[in-house]
Design a binder for this molecule. Structure first.
Ligand code: ADP
Ligand code: MG
Length: 245
């Protein structure tokens, strides 16, 4: 199937000093695709996400968004960050702002919306992720699952072309994992382009178009979930799956 690429990495290499953390990484994420990234701890999954959003620089290779290279700095970089939203394991909400303010802030600062319009949009999004009744509370007054749904609403408020999720449910109590995954499944159904680092294999099976398996900074497998889970080709992937399934 020919997909219209939204995110493209070609021969990307990233070092932290001597440590070679992304090795000749090539990856294409088509518009509307959901790509789940899995692999052992330290394999470079977070670095991959951060490189796509330019939170990390790369030493060689190319990263394109919608066919254009990533801007190095300035206003263009701020716009890029808004176009590719990121949701982290640790929620990263502003502790001293209300839920509503958390979702509205970037819309005003980066998107240049008026406050009333931003607040209206924020309430719509909070409704969509099921936390509209929490709008005037502070993050610490919410459960982890609610906070993560607010973080997703905040990312959506920037009208992103794609969303990157880095272990969005790893910090959550088990009973809250599903409420976050359900919001993500809904986004996937609506056609949002998503790169999701997760250990939730149920989500990978049900929502992913492709599973990318990383080990030691390399993409070792990039296949449909059906193929990957029924017949992992590499020893590393078989070993990894035997430990987590
Ligand atoms: P993963 O998300 O798959 O667990 P990471 O992308 O976080 O892996 O890390 C890949 C490798 O890079 C690991 O060996 C990690 O220790 C190293 N690393 C990550 N961030 C830094 C950093 N800021 N400075 C130095 N090394 C780092
Ligand atoms: Mg990580």
């Amino acid at each position: 199937m020919a997909v219209d690429p939204l995110i493209e990495l070609r021969d990307v290499n990233k070092y932290y000093g001597e440590l070679h953390v992304l090795r000749d990484v090539g990856l294409t994420v088509g518009k509307g695709e959901v790509v789940v990234v899995i692999g052992p701890s330290g394999s470079g999954k977070s670095t991959l996400c951060r490189a796509i959003n330019r939170l990390e620089t790369i030493q060689s290779g190319t990263i394109l968004l919608d066919g254009r290279p990533l801007p190095a700095e300035g206003k263009a970089l701020a716009r890029l960050r808004a176009e590719v939203g990121m949701v982290f394991q640790s929620f990263n909400l502003f502790a001293h702002k209300t839920v509503l303010q958390n979702v509205s802030l970037g819309q005003v600062k980066v998107r240049g919306r008026g406050k009333a319009e931003a607040d209206r949009r924020s309430r719509e999004l909070l409704e969509r992720v099921g936390v509209a009744d929490q709008a005037d509370k502070f993050p610490a007054q919410l459960s982890g699952g609610q906070q993560q749904r607010v973080a997703i609403a905040r990312a959506l408020a920037m009208d992103p072309k794609a969303l990157l999720f880095d272990e969005p449910t790893s910090a959550l109590d088990p009973e809250m994992i599903n409420e976050v995954l359900e919001v993500m499944r809904q986004l996937a159904r609506e056609g949002m382009t998503m790169v999701v680092v997760t250990h939730e294999m149920g989500f990978a099976r049900s929502a992913a178009n492709r599973v990318v398996f990383m080990a030691d900074g390399r993409i070792v497998e990039d296949r449909s979930p059906q193929e990957f889970f029924s017949d992992p080709r590499s020893e590393r992937a078989r070993d990894f799956l035997s430990k987590i399934l």
